[in-house]
Design a protein around this ligand. Structure first.
Ligand SMILES: Cc1cc2nc3c(=O)[nH]c(=O)nc-3n(C[C@H](O)[C@H](O)[C@H](O)COP(=O)(O)OP(=O)(O)OC[C@H]3O[C@@H](n4cnc5c(N)ncnc54)[C@H](O)[C@@H]3O)c2cc1C
Length: 415
């Protein structure tokens, strides 16, 4: 794998850019691997990368039914933050946020991590109390956040109307080192690094069955033939239920569409991420100048990767009081992804009833931010056969034991 550097750009400029190779190989699948990962989204690729980097396990295949990064990883609104209420959540999201800070250097590819700051608006008395509580919890957890006044919000976001008639802005939970990253660059950077370590990324290869013998996984059936493995990792977001069924167990998880939209590009006027949980909308401005806007999930299960039309209207209506300029802007594109939602709105990173089969899912509407931390924890669990400190609390057993990690209210709009 060629190193990307300023010197390489200069050298290629002199020879008309004829020397760039492919970022990753597209090999034919081998008969078997030590580890098979299903799903080449951010979580699958990050797991493979840390298996190689932290544990020297490189006889790995990552199987993807479509194209890598074509699932939710390439469809999200790229918010990265770690201001969660519960201790296990703060630990894994803060680990991920800190890995994002050095990801471009670590993977030798610019993932455009932009720690521009994320604010979650308080627009009711209840939210003021809730966010003050979260700020206090974050202080104990070592996550730097603060509760800021309406005046400070207006200084940070001059285009915001803070004295709306229905929901005036009363304060905000502010995380200065939170921000955004380039979603597909994250997938591409991990893919390139995995391929560089000799791992096989096999696209257009759908897993259709999980093979087992005496309660232990032995491999998978795919649209490109049978592939054997000693360990299997399932990281397929909205398709988690399908893969679990193939492996012979059920998950407490639902698949629903979450959608986002972008406006026409305009001059830079918003350099932080704003989330409004009460009215349910959030907004940031991309490097291209488009407003990136998202809201909540559809209220019914589906697999369409589109989302319903009325949700677009609801999301815009939610934001127009605080950002009146939106009413005069054209919206250019809209898309959806199928997110995997658990009852307590926290992920599952777990061993499973099938031996040597591990699952990572349930990140729902907020799993882009956690990709590096989740991959780190999943690789640790797959290498050692049992959950390590970052994911012990996220096991499947918590649903049987009633040991929920409830982030549904604490995290507000769950992005
Ligand atoms: C509109 C939208 C906005 C979002 N905004 C944010 C945000 O701002 N911040 C944030 O942190 N998170 C956000 N999220 C959530 C985030 O995108 C996801 O939690 C995260 O990307 C999940 O990554 P993943 O690797 O688990 O899944 P994916 O990226 O979906 O990857 C799973 C892969 O598995 C593959 N697969 C499925 N079944 C099979 C099979 N049988 N065989 C082989 N391959 C299979 C799929 O094709 C897919 O590529 C948003 C999501 C959406 C949809």
């Amino acid at each position: 794998m060629k190193r990307y550097s300023a010197f390489a750009i200069a050298r290629e400029a002199l020879r008309y850019h004829t020397g760039w190779g492919k970022a990753w190989r597209s090999p034919e699948p081998k008969k078997s691997y030590d580890v098979v990962i299903v799903g080449a989204g951010g979580h699958g690729l990050a797991t493979a990368y840390y298996l190689g980097k932290n544990f020297g396990i490189t006889n790995v295949a990552i199987l993807e039914k479509g194209w890598l990064g074509g699932g939710n990883t390439g469809r999200n609104t790229t918010i990265i933050r770690s201001n969660y209420l519960q201790d296990p959540s703060a630990a894994i999201y803060e680990k991920a946020r800190s890995l994002y800070e050095t990801m471009s250097q670590d993977l030798n590819m610019n993932v455009m991590f932009s720690p521009r700051g994320v604010m979650m608006l308080a627009q009711t008395q209840h939210e003021i109390r809730g966010f003050q509580r979260t700020a206090q919890a974050n202080a104990f957890q070592g996550v730097k956040t603060e509760f800021i006044s309406p005046q400070r919000i207006k200084e940070l976001v001059p285009i915001m109307n803070i004295s709306g008639p229905r929901y005036p802005v009363l304060g905000a939970l502010w995380q200065e080192r939170a921000g955004t990253g380039r979603h597909d660059a994250v997938a591409w950077a991990y893919a390139r690094a995995c391929s560089g370590m000799g791992m096989d990324i096999i696209q257009k290869c759908e897993v259709t069955a999980v093979n087992q013998s005496n309660g232990v996984v032995t491999g998978v059936e795919t649209t490109r033939g049978t592939i054997g493995c000693k360990k299997l990792g399932i990281l397929v977001a909205g398709n988690s239920g399908d893969l679990a069924r193939m492996a012979g167990f059920r998950l407490p998880m639902e698949s629903v569409a979450l959608q986002a939209l972008v406006s026409e590009p305009i001059k830079p006027c918003l350099d932080v991420v704003v989330m409004a949980n009460t009215v349910h909308g959030y907004i940031s401005q991309s490097d291209k100048g488009e407003f990136v806007i998202g809201g909540g999930t559809d209220m019914f299960n589906n697999y369409t990767q589109r989302g319903s039309f009325h949700h677009i209207e609801e999301t815009i209506r939610a934001l127009v009081e605080t950002f009146p300029m939106i009413s005069r802007m054209k919206m250019m594109r809209q898309w959806g992804g199928i997110v995997d939602v658990t009852g307590d709105r926290s992920p599952i990173i777990s061993t499973t009833p099938l031996g040597n089969c591990f699952i990572n899912g349930g990140w729902g509407t907020g799993g882009f931010k956690s990709i590096p931390g989740s991959g780190w924890a999943m690789a640790d669990m797959m290498a050692n056969g049992q959950p390590g400190p970052l994911c012990t609390e996220f096991g499947l057993d918590r649903f049987a034991e009633g040991r929920f990690i409830d982030e549904s209210v604490a995290a507000g709009v769950a992005h």
